[in-house]
Design a protein around this ligand. Structure first.
Ligand code: TYM
Length: 333
Protein backbone atom coordinates (compact mmCIF):
# COMPACT_ATOMS: atom_id res chain seq x y z
CA UNK A 1 0.00 0.00 0.00
CA UNK A 2 2.91 2.30 0.91
CA UNK A 3 3.46 4.22 -2.33
CA UNK A 4 -0.15 4.46 -3.41
CA UNK A 5 -2.01 7.75 -3.10
CA UNK A 6 -4.53 7.85 -0.27
CA UNK A 7 -8.25 8.01 -1.05
CA UNK A 8 -10.83 8.85 1.60
CA UNK A 9 -14.57 9.12 1.18
CA UNK A 10 -17.70 8.82 3.28
CA UNK A 11 -21.42 8.25 3.08
CA UNK A 12 -24.19 9.04 5.55
CA UNK A 13 -26.27 6.12 6.85
CA UNK A 14 -29.47 8.15 6.60
CA UNK A 15 -32.26 6.87 4.37
CA UNK A 16 -31.54 4.28 1.71
CA UNK A 17 -28.65 4.58 -0.73
CA UNK A 18 -29.91 5.45 -4.20
CA UNK A 19 -28.52 5.21 -7.70
CA UNK A 20 -27.26 8.81 -7.40
CA UNK A 21 -24.97 7.74 -4.52
CA UNK A 22 -23.91 4.72 -6.54
CA UNK A 23 -23.16 6.55 -9.79
CA UNK A 24 -21.70 9.70 -8.20
CA UNK A 25 -19.51 7.97 -5.62
CA UNK A 26 -19.63 4.26 -4.74
CA UNK A 27 -19.23 2.87 -8.27
CA UNK A 28 -15.93 4.73 -8.58
CA UNK A 29 -14.74 3.72 -5.12
CA UNK A 30 -15.12 0.12 -6.22
CA UNK A 31 -13.69 0.54 -9.72
CA UNK A 32 -10.56 2.34 -8.53
CA UNK A 33 -9.85 0.19 -5.50
CA UNK A 34 -6.65 -1.29 -6.95
CA UNK A 35 -5.21 2.09 -7.83
CA UNK A 36 -5.22 3.64 -4.37
CA UNK A 37 -4.83 3.10 -0.66
CA UNK A 38 -8.53 3.38 0.17
CA UNK A 39 -10.36 4.42 3.30
CA UNK A 40 -14.17 4.48 3.28
CA UNK A 41 -16.34 5.52 6.15
CA UNK A 42 -19.99 5.22 7.16
CA UNK A 43 -20.38 8.65 8.73
CA UNK A 44 -22.77 8.19 11.64
CA UNK A 45 -21.53 11.31 13.47
CA UNK A 46 -22.63 13.33 10.45
CA UNK A 47 -25.98 11.52 10.38
CA UNK A 48 -27.03 12.79 13.82
CA UNK A 49 -26.57 16.45 12.86
CA UNK A 50 -30.26 16.02 12.01
CA UNK A 51 -32.37 13.96 14.48
CA UNK A 52 -32.45 10.26 13.66
CA UNK A 53 -34.58 7.67 15.40
CA UNK A 54 -31.94 5.62 17.31
CA UNK A 55 -33.54 2.26 16.54
CA UNK A 56 -33.67 3.02 12.84
CA UNK A 57 -30.18 4.53 12.74
CA UNK A 58 -28.54 1.42 14.21
CA UNK A 59 -30.09 -0.71 11.46
CA UNK A 60 -29.15 1.81 8.77
CA UNK A 61 -25.49 1.84 9.82
CA UNK A 62 -25.21 -1.92 9.32
CA UNK A 63 -27.28 -1.71 6.15
CA UNK A 64 -24.96 0.99 4.80
CA UNK A 65 -21.85 -1.08 5.48
CA UNK A 66 -23.53 -4.19 4.02
CA UNK A 67 -24.54 -2.36 0.85
CA UNK A 68 -21.03 -0.96 0.36
CA UNK A 69 -19.51 -4.44 0.69
CA UNK A 70 -22.19 -5.81 -1.65
CA UNK A 71 -21.35 -3.09 -4.21
CA UNK A 72 -17.83 -4.49 -4.23
CA UNK A 73 -15.81 -2.72 -1.54
CA UNK A 74 -13.28 -5.41 -0.71
CA UNK A 75 -12.05 -5.44 2.91
CA UNK A 76 -8.74 -6.89 1.67
CA UNK A 77 -8.16 -3.79 -0.46
CA UNK A 78 -9.97 -1.03 1.42
CA UNK A 79 -10.66 -0.03 4.99
CA UNK A 80 -14.40 0.22 5.59
CA UNK A 81 -15.36 1.40 9.05
CA UNK A 82 -17.91 3.35 11.07
CA UNK A 83 -16.90 6.91 11.94
CA UNK A 84 -17.94 6.83 15.61
CA UNK A 85 -15.69 3.79 16.18
CA UNK A 86 -12.65 6.03 15.67
CA UNK A 87 -12.73 8.84 18.27
CA UNK A 88 -9.89 10.69 16.52
CA UNK A 89 -12.48 12.11 14.08
CA UNK A 90 -14.30 13.95 16.86
CA UNK A 91 -11.05 14.99 18.57
CA UNK A 92 -9.53 16.51 15.46
CA UNK A 93 -12.85 18.25 14.72
CA UNK A 94 -12.52 20.19 17.97
CA UNK A 95 -9.03 21.37 17.12
CA UNK A 96 -10.09 22.35 13.60
CA UNK A 97 -13.17 24.16 14.95
CA UNK A 98 -10.80 26.51 16.69
CA UNK A 99 -9.19 27.63 13.42
CA UNK A 100 -12.42 27.79 11.36
CA UNK A 101 -14.21 31.14 11.19
CA UNK A 102 -17.99 30.82 11.68
CA UNK A 103 -18.57 32.87 8.53
CA UNK A 104 -17.02 30.10 6.40
CA UNK A 105 -19.60 27.65 7.74
CA UNK A 106 -22.57 29.99 7.47
CA UNK A 107 -21.82 30.37 3.77
CA UNK A 108 -22.04 26.64 2.95
CA UNK A 109 -24.94 26.01 0.57
CA UNK A 110 -25.81 22.61 2.08
CA UNK A 111 -26.02 24.22 5.52
CA UNK A 112 -28.30 26.93 4.18
CA UNK A 113 -30.56 24.38 2.45
CA UNK A 114 -30.70 21.96 5.36
CA UNK A 115 -31.10 24.57 8.10
CA UNK A 116 -33.98 26.19 6.21
CA UNK A 117 -35.89 22.91 6.57
CA UNK A 118 -35.30 22.56 10.35
CA UNK A 119 -37.33 24.11 13.13
CA UNK A 120 -34.31 24.11 15.37
CA UNK A 121 -30.82 24.02 13.88
CA UNK A 122 -28.18 22.11 15.86
CA UNK A 123 -24.64 23.39 16.32
CA UNK A 124 -23.62 20.07 14.77
CA UNK A 125 -25.33 20.94 11.50
CA UNK A 126 -23.33 24.16 11.22
CA UNK A 127 -20.17 22.30 12.18
CA UNK A 128 -20.81 19.43 9.75
CA UNK A 129 -18.13 20.54 7.23
CA UNK A 130 -15.44 20.76 9.92
CA UNK A 131 -16.12 17.15 10.91
CA UNK A 132 -15.85 16.28 7.24
CA UNK A 133 -12.53 18.15 7.06
CA UNK A 134 -11.30 16.15 10.06
CA UNK A 135 -12.33 12.87 8.36
CA UNK A 136 -10.27 13.73 5.33
CA UNK A 137 -7.25 15.42 6.94
CA UNK A 138 -6.70 12.73 9.61
CA UNK A 139 -5.46 10.30 6.96
CA UNK A 140 -3.30 12.76 4.95
CA UNK A 141 -5.69 12.09 2.07
CA UNK A 142 -4.76 12.93 -1.52
CA UNK A 143 -8.06 12.30 -3.31
CA UNK A 144 -11.69 12.48 -2.23
CA UNK A 145 -14.07 10.86 -4.76
CA UNK A 146 -17.49 12.47 -4.34
CA UNK A 147 -20.49 13.73 -6.29
CA UNK A 148 -20.70 17.39 -7.26
CA UNK A 149 -22.74 18.39 -4.20
CA UNK A 150 -19.70 17.85 -1.96
CA UNK A 151 -17.37 20.12 -3.93
CA UNK A 152 -17.84 23.12 -1.66
CA UNK A 153 -17.13 21.00 1.43
CA UNK A 154 -13.85 19.80 -0.05
CA UNK A 155 -12.85 23.38 -0.86
CA UNK A 156 -13.57 24.28 2.76
CA UNK A 157 -11.44 21.32 3.87
CA UNK A 158 -8.54 22.74 1.88
CA UNK A 159 -9.09 26.19 3.37
CA UNK A 160 -9.14 24.79 6.91
CA UNK A 161 -5.99 22.75 6.25
CA UNK A 162 -4.22 25.76 4.78
CA UNK A 163 -5.19 27.95 7.70
CA UNK A 164 -3.98 25.39 10.24
CA UNK A 165 -0.74 24.83 8.30
CA UNK A 166 -0.04 28.55 8.10
CA UNK A 167 -0.82 29.19 11.77
CA UNK A 168 1.02 26.19 13.21
CA UNK A 169 3.31 24.89 10.47
CA UNK A 170 2.97 22.13 7.86
CA UNK A 171 0.66 19.44 9.26
CA UNK A 172 -1.99 18.40 6.74
CA UNK A 173 -1.84 17.30 3.11
CA UNK A 174 -4.15 19.39 0.92
CA UNK A 175 -6.70 16.98 -0.57
CA UNK A 176 -8.26 17.16 -4.01
CA UNK A 177 -11.91 16.34 -4.67
CA UNK A 178 -12.48 14.09 -7.68
CA UNK A 179 -15.86 14.39 -9.36
CA UNK A 180 -16.97 11.86 -12.01
CA UNK A 181 -17.25 13.02 -15.63
CA UNK A 182 -20.59 11.25 -16.02
CA UNK A 183 -23.23 11.32 -13.30
CA UNK A 184 -21.72 13.86 -10.89
CA UNK A 185 -25.25 15.07 -10.17
CA UNK A 186 -28.09 12.62 -10.77
CA UNK A 187 -31.40 14.43 -10.58
CA UNK A 188 -34.72 13.39 -9.00
CA UNK A 189 -36.75 11.10 -11.25
CA UNK A 190 -39.99 12.82 -10.25
CA UNK A 191 -38.47 16.30 -10.48
CA UNK A 192 -35.32 16.70 -12.59
CA UNK A 193 -34.80 20.24 -11.32
CA UNK A 194 -33.59 18.95 -7.92
CA UNK A 195 -30.71 16.64 -7.01
CA UNK A 196 -31.70 13.05 -6.19
CA UNK A 197 -31.47 12.91 -2.41
CA UNK A 198 -31.99 10.36 0.36
CA UNK A 199 -34.09 12.75 2.41
CA UNK A 200 -36.53 13.57 -0.41
CA UNK A 201 -36.65 9.86 -1.31
CA UNK A 202 -37.87 8.98 2.18
CA UNK A 203 -40.96 11.22 1.66
CA UNK A 204 -41.61 10.93 -2.06
CA UNK A 205 -42.06 7.42 -3.45
CA UNK A 206 -41.20 8.27 -7.04
CA UNK A 207 -38.15 10.42 -6.44
CA UNK A 208 -35.35 7.85 -6.51
CA UNK A 209 -34.42 4.23 -7.08
CA UNK A 210 -32.88 2.63 -4.00
CA UNK A 211 -30.06 0.10 -4.33
CA UNK A 212 -32.17 -2.51 -2.55
CA UNK A 213 -35.37 -1.89 -4.57
CA UNK A 214 -37.02 -4.87 -6.27
CA UNK A 215 -37.40 -4.95 -10.09
CA UNK A 216 -41.09 -4.05 -9.67
CA UNK A 217 -40.23 -1.05 -7.50
CA UNK A 218 -37.61 0.10 -10.01
CA UNK A 219 -40.11 -0.07 -12.85
CA UNK A 220 -42.84 1.66 -10.82
CA UNK A 221 -40.52 4.67 -10.37
CA UNK A 222 -39.11 4.69 -13.91
CA UNK A 223 -42.54 4.34 -15.49
CA UNK A 224 -43.57 7.65 -13.91
CA UNK A 225 -40.26 9.45 -14.47
CA UNK A 226 -40.76 13.04 -15.55
CA UNK A 227 -39.84 13.71 -19.20
CA UNK A 228 -41.24 16.46 -21.43
CA UNK A 229 -43.82 16.99 -24.13
CA UNK A 230 -41.31 16.52 -26.96
CA UNK A 231 -40.13 13.33 -28.62
CA UNK A 232 -36.39 13.59 -29.07
CA UNK A 233 -34.16 11.26 -27.05
CA UNK A 234 -30.93 13.29 -26.97
CA UNK A 235 -28.47 14.53 -24.36
CA UNK A 236 -29.18 18.20 -23.73
CA UNK A 237 -28.51 20.85 -21.09
CA UNK A 238 -31.76 22.69 -21.82
CA UNK A 239 -33.95 22.95 -18.72
CA UNK A 240 -36.94 21.56 -20.62
CA UNK A 241 -35.02 18.36 -21.49
CA UNK A 242 -33.63 17.78 -17.97
CA UNK A 243 -35.73 14.66 -17.36
CA UNK A 244 -34.68 12.89 -20.57
CA UNK A 245 -31.10 14.04 -20.08
CA UNK A 246 -31.10 12.55 -16.57
CA UNK A 247 -32.41 9.20 -17.82
CA UNK A 248 -29.77 9.14 -20.56
CA UNK A 249 -27.06 10.03 -18.05
CA UNK A 250 -28.07 7.13 -15.80
CA UNK A 251 -28.04 4.84 -18.84
CA UNK A 252 -24.63 6.13 -19.89
CA UNK A 253 -23.08 5.80 -16.43
CA UNK A 254 -24.33 2.23 -16.06
CA UNK A 255 -23.58 0.93 -19.56
CA UNK A 256 -20.35 2.81 -20.27
CA UNK A 257 -21.52 3.59 -23.84
CA UNK A 258 -20.76 6.89 -25.56
CA UNK A 259 -23.35 9.63 -26.05
CA UNK A 260 -23.41 9.04 -29.82
CA UNK A 261 -23.91 5.30 -29.43
CA UNK A 262 -26.76 5.92 -27.02
CA UNK A 263 -28.47 8.59 -29.15
CA UNK A 264 -28.22 6.31 -32.21
CA UNK A 265 -29.65 3.43 -30.21
CA UNK A 266 -32.69 5.45 -29.12
CA UNK A 267 -33.26 7.24 -32.42
CA UNK A 268 -36.90 6.99 -33.46
CA UNK A 269 -37.92 5.28 -30.19
CA UNK A 270 -40.54 6.63 -27.80
CA UNK A 271 -40.04 7.83 -24.22
CA UNK A 272 -41.77 4.66 -22.98
CA UNK A 273 -38.99 2.57 -24.52
CA UNK A 274 -36.32 4.81 -22.98
CA UNK A 275 -37.86 4.36 -19.52
CA UNK A 276 -38.13 0.58 -19.95
CA UNK A 277 -34.51 0.27 -21.08
CA UNK A 278 -33.18 2.49 -18.30
CA UNK A 279 -35.18 0.42 -15.80
CA UNK A 280 -33.72 -2.81 -17.23
CA UNK A 281 -30.15 -1.53 -17.02
CA UNK A 282 -30.72 -0.48 -13.39
CA UNK A 283 -32.33 -3.84 -12.53
CA UNK A 284 -29.36 -5.71 -14.07
CA UNK A 285 -26.90 -3.54 -12.11
CA UNK A 286 -28.74 -4.06 -8.83
CA UNK A 287 -29.31 -7.82 -9.12
CA UNK A 288 -25.81 -9.02 -8.13
CA UNK A 289 -25.53 -6.29 -5.48
CA UNK A 290 -28.77 -7.41 -3.85
CA UNK A 291 -27.76 -11.08 -3.99
CA UNK A 292 -24.48 -10.32 -2.25
CA UNK A 293 -26.23 -8.06 0.25
CA UNK A 294 -28.75 -10.73 1.22
CA UNK A 295 -25.97 -13.26 1.73
CA UNK A 296 -23.86 -10.84 3.79
CA UNK A 297 -26.71 -9.90 6.09
CA UNK A 298 -27.18 -13.55 7.10
CA UNK A 299 -24.14 -13.15 9.31
CA UNK A 300 -24.23 -9.81 11.12
CA UNK A 301 -21.45 -10.99 13.45
CA UNK A 302 -19.09 -11.34 10.48
CA UNK A 303 -20.08 -7.89 9.21
CA UNK A 304 -19.46 -6.30 12.62
CA UNK A 305 -16.09 -8.08 12.81
CA UNK A 306 -15.03 -6.55 9.46
CA UNK A 307 -16.07 -3.09 10.68
CA UNK A 308 -14.31 -3.39 14.04
CA UNK A 309 -11.10 -4.71 12.52
CA UNK A 310 -11.08 -1.84 10.03
CA UNK A 311 -11.81 0.69 12.79
CA UNK A 312 -8.75 -0.51 14.72
CA UNK A 313 -6.59 -0.08 11.65
CA UNK A 314 -8.10 3.31 10.89
CA UNK A 315 -7.47 4.42 14.47
CA UNK A 316 -3.81 3.51 14.25
CA UNK A 317 -3.49 5.27 10.90
CA UNK A 318 -5.17 8.40 12.28
CA UNK A 319 -3.12 8.51 15.49
CA UNK A 320 0.13 10.09 14.18
CA UNK A 321 -1.69 13.00 12.51
CA UNK A 322 -3.85 13.66 15.56
CA UNK A 323 -0.74 13.55 17.74
CA UNK A 324 1.03 15.96 15.43
CA UNK A 325 -1.92 18.39 15.47
CA UNK A 326 -2.02 18.26 19.28
CA UNK A 327 1.70 18.97 19.51
CA UNK A 328 1.45 21.83 17.04
CA UNK A 329 -1.27 23.63 18.99
CA UNK A 330 0.78 23.35 22.18
CA UNK A 331 -0.81 20.50 24.12
CA UNK A 332 1.30 18.42 26.52
CA UNK A 333 1.29 15.04 24.76
P1 TYM B 1 -23.93 11.63 1.17
O1 TYM B 1 -24.18 10.54 2.14
O2 TYM B 1 -25.00 12.66 0.98
O3 TYM B 1 -23.65 11.04 -0.27
C1 TYM B 1 -22.65 10.05 -0.48
C2 TYM B 1 -22.00 10.29 -1.82
O4 TYM B 1 -22.96 10.27 -2.88
C3 TYM B 1 -22.85 11.45 -3.67
N1 TYM B 1 -24.19 11.84 -4.13
C4 TYM B 1 -24.53 12.00 -5.41
N2 TYM B 1 -23.82 11.88 -6.54
C5 TYM B 1 -24.47 12.11 -7.72
N3 TYM B 1 -25.79 12.45 -7.79
C6 TYM B 1 -26.54 12.58 -6.67
N4 TYM B 1 -27.82 12.92 -6.75
C7 TYM B 1 -25.90 12.36 -5.41
N5 TYM B 1 -26.34 12.40 -4.13
C8 TYM B 1 -25.27 12.09 -3.36
C9 TYM B 1 -22.29 12.50 -2.71
O5 TYM B 1 -21.67 13.55 -3.41
C10 TYM B 1 -21.32 11.67 -1.91
O6 TYM B 1 -20.09 11.54 -2.58
N6 TYM B 1 -20.94 14.84 3.50
C11 TYM B 1 -20.95 13.59 2.79
C12 TYM B 1 -20.37 12.43 3.58
C13 TYM B 1 -18.98 12.64 4.10
C14 TYM B 1 -17.80 12.64 3.33
C15 TYM B 1 -16.74 12.81 4.27
C16 TYM B 1 -17.53 12.52 1.97
C17 TYM B 1 -18.64 12.80 5.40
N7 TYM B 1 -17.27 12.90 5.52
C18 TYM B 1 -15.41 12.89 3.86
C19 TYM B 1 -16.19 12.58 1.57
C20 TYM B 1 -15.15 12.76 2.50
C21 TYM B 1 -22.39 13.25 2.46
O7 TYM B 1 -23.31 13.68 3.10
O8 TYM B 1 -22.54 12.33 1.48
Amino acid sequence: MGSKKIVFSGIQPTGDFHIGNYIGAVKRWVAEQDLYDNIFCVVDLHAITIYQDPKILRGKIRQAAGVLLACGIDPQKSLLFVQSHVPAHAELTWILNCVTPMGWLERMTQYKDKSAKQESVSTGLLDYPVLMAADILLYQTHYVPVGEDQKQHIELTRDVAQRFNSLYGETFTLPEGTIPKIGARIMGLDDPSVKMSKSIASDQKHHAVGLLDSPDQVWAVLKRATTDSGKEIVFSDETGKAGVNNLLTIYQALTGQSQTEIENHFQGKLYGALKREVADVIIETLKPIQERYNALMQDKGALDAILHRAAEQAASRAAPTLQKAKEKVGFVV
